[in-house]
Design a protein around this ligand. Structure first.
Ligand code: NAD
Length: 249
């Protein structure tokens, strides 16, 4: 049987990187994308050591032609695209609604919303030709609840949830699944920045969670692999919370 071919956006750090390694361990060939070629090639080296025929494609998800190139390069190299993880994201500029600007809105929405839209546009184009495929968008617990001081990020992740459900309905009859994973607070560079680079603030964030800790990229990656590949075959249009219970209350 062919190895699954998976592409991941924003794959060079955090959840994206953990997902790339988890897919490689699960026997997939993984195309990793992001903006830093040195980091990209280093990750490709790690993935190849795990037996994955990995490639790096430099891609800024805000730019339509670069996303098109990512998808087309994947299909040219591997002949198909079985699954895609639209993970690239930014926390933007956290702060009160009254502090937000046109620029802070655009910086967040261009990556988190336009980036997911452009990614799905090109991924679905090739998946529809084949009549199969699976997309996983990385949303957030903040795609489900509000958060004081994070309105623009929260709104962008609610938009990811809406894009996921709508795209899923558009392609459900074509044999393609579209789902989201909604992580709670995960110990990555994004959370470091979100808590102002303050170790105590980050520890306090974890301590306030129902499970009294932050999640890890690897814990999200396990869920991403499950939803992306065949074992979740009847699941589409859903957003799976992997958040240590933070949205349960
Ligand atoms: N860390 C958390 O607590 C948390 C919680 C919920 C959701 N998320 C989501 O998980 C995803 C991954 O974040 P992370 O926590 O691993 O943080 P991270 O900062 O390590 O990862 C984000 C990645 O996206 C890349 N990226 C940003 N803008 C890009 C662009 N325009 N084009 C291409 N790549 C771009 C970054 O360079 C980085 O590699 C994001 O969508 C984030 O919103 C994170």
């Amino acid at each position: 049987m062919n190895k699954p071919v998976v592409l991941i956006t924003g794959a060079l750090t955090g959840i994206g990187r953990a997902s790339a390694l988890a897919f490689a361990r699960a026997g997939a060939d993984v195309v990793v994308s992001g903006r830093n070629p040195e980091q990209g090639q280093a990750l490709v080296g790690e993935l190849r050591k795990l037996g994955s025929e990995s490639e790096f494609v430099q891609t800024d998800v805000r730019i339509d032609s670069e996303v098109r190139n990512l998808v087309d390069t994947t299909v040219k190299r591997f002949g198909r695209l079985d699954a895609a993880v639209n993970n690239a994201g930014t926390e933007g500029t956290p702060g009160a609604v009254t502090e937000q600007t046109e620029a802070s809105y655009a910086a967040t929405f261009d990556t988190n919303v336009l980036g997911v839209l452009l990614s799905m546009k090109h991924e679905l184009r090739v998946m529809q030709e084949k009549g199969s495929g699976s997309i996983v968008n990385i949303s957030s617990a903040y795609g489900k609840v509000g958060a004081a001081g994070a309105s623009v990020y929260v709104a962008s992740k609610h938009a990811v949830e809406g894009l996921t459900k709508s795209a899923a309905l558009e392609v459900a009859a074509s044999g393609i699944r579209v789902n989201a994973i909604a992580p709670g607070p995960i110990d990555t560079g994004m959370l470091d920045r979100f808590t102002g680079g303050n170790a105590k603030a980050k520890a306090d964030f974890g301590a306030a969670m129902p499970m009294k800790r932050l999640g890890t990229g690897e814990e999200i990656a396990e869920a991403v692999v499950f939803v992306a590949l065949g074992k979740a075959a009847f699941m589409t249009g859903q957003s799976l919370s992997v958040d240590g219970g933070v949205t349960a209350g």
